[in-house]
Design a protein around this ligand. Structure first.
Ligand code: FAD
Length: 327
């Protein structure tokens, strides 16, 4: 009986999942395992989180990285490697195993428009209903983002391409094609994207993404709920009316204390940093991170956010500890 129920809630647009629910939903994002690691370790992280009935799970996309191999005699060879391939395969595996909607992240970086179209056709055939459309970060060895030749520079262009497919307009220019029906998501940054001149210009570009066809927004992680509430208010004031899903990531070790603010361009509130300053072990940091996460999550639920979306970064124990107190 239960499996029939689970089946009936899958294969739906995120906007529908939200519309159909009268309470805050739980969801999370996973990252594909390192090449050669197999999918079992991923399942071990996901299994305990399935108790909270996520209607969808996001799967990140990781483009190639470059390194230089010393060939001797002063020669260096540039080598390209994708450390975490498998996004589309993992989506199919999750849909099959857990009967949830899988939401692949699609990026502009590394793809030309034909490759993007082909990837979208594969996703349509797999029965994927939702995609999160992103620009992607600059390659680690490069200072700024460079679009692929014949590819997109900004996420809004990718959203336009997906929206064109949703209207049956493929790149071949013929219009007797079967339209796709993707529900498109975009990224939003309560503390502004690190490259944006200011929050106002970042919000203007976010509005362009919504006008181009994005039907929901998932935010960058944040630790100060007030920043999320202010962001939502600013979005509503400029006519962004789609659901804005807050992204949460518990701090779980000493390294996170400096890594998360730097990598994600976010601040830690003083009350949180004061507590973290007292910690001397990873275990203590994790405890503080979980307690902070519970408070954050409870307040967000009280304010009727549509979904609490957790970044697991491959480890789910802290997320489970928070979700157990909230769902
Ligand atoms: P855009 O919306 O294109 O914005 C990038 C910058 O350009 C912003 O500063 C914006 O203000 C500016 N801008 C936008 N449009 C214009 C314009 N027309 N003219 C001038 N400036 C403009 N990265 C991955 O590689 N893989 C992932 O799986 C992944 N998942 C993510 C999930 C979430 C929820 C979030 C928040 C981020 C994720 N990222 C991922 C990171 C993301 O790719 C980076 O933050 C990237 O630098 C920006 O992506 P974007 O889609 O927000 O870009």
């Amino acid at each position: 009986m239960e499996s029939i129920f689970v089946r009936s809630i899958s294969n739906m647009k995120i906007t529908k999942h939200i519309e159909n629910s009268d309470k805050t939903l739980f969801s999370f994002e996973i990252i594909p395992p390192l090449k050669g690691k197999g999918i079992e370790s991923l399942y071990e992280g996901i299994d305990p989180l399935m108790d909270f009935n996520p209607p969808f799970i996001n799967v990140t996309y990781h483009r190639e990285e470059y390194s230089y191999k010393d060939m001797g005699g002063g020669l260096l060879k540039k080598i390209s490697i994708r450390k975490r391939p498998g996004t589309v395969g993992i989506c199919a595996a999750l849909m099959h195993k857990y009967k949830v909607d899988a939401v692949p992240h699609l990026i502009c970086g590394g793809f030309n428009v034909e490759e993007t179209e082909n990837a979208l056709i594969d996703l349509q055939f797999l029965g994927v209903d939702n995609v999160l459309a992103l620009r992607g970060d600059p390659i680690k060895t490069e200072a700024s983002f460079h679009p692929e030749k014949g590819g997109h520079r900004y996420a809004v262009e990718l959203i336009e391409q997906i929206n064109n497919l949703n209207n049956g307009n493929y790149l071949d220019g013929l219009n007797q094609n079967t339209p796709t029906d993707f529900c498109i998501g975009a990224a939003g940054y309560p503390e502004k994207h690190f490259e944006a001149m200011n929050l106002t210009s970042d919000l203007k570009h976010l509005k362009e993404k919504v006008d181009a066809g994005a039907e929901f927004i998932v935010t960058q992680l944040f630790f100060d709920n007030q920043k999320y509430f202010d962001f939502v208010e600013k979005c509503r004031n400029i006519g962004i009316n789609v659901p804005i899903i807050p992204g949460l990531k518990p701090i779980t070790n000493m390294r996170h204390i400096s890594f998360l603010p730097k990598f994600f361009n976010v601040d830690l509130p003083i009350e949180l940093s004061n507590e973290l300053d007292k910690c001397t072990t990873n275990e203590q940091v994790k405890q503080v991170g979980i307690e902070w996460g519970i408070q954050q999550a409870q307040e967000l639920v009280k304010n009727n956010v549509p979904v609490l979306h957790f970044y697991t970064m491959g480890r789910g124990e802290a997320v489970k500890a928070i979700a157990s107190e909230v769902f």
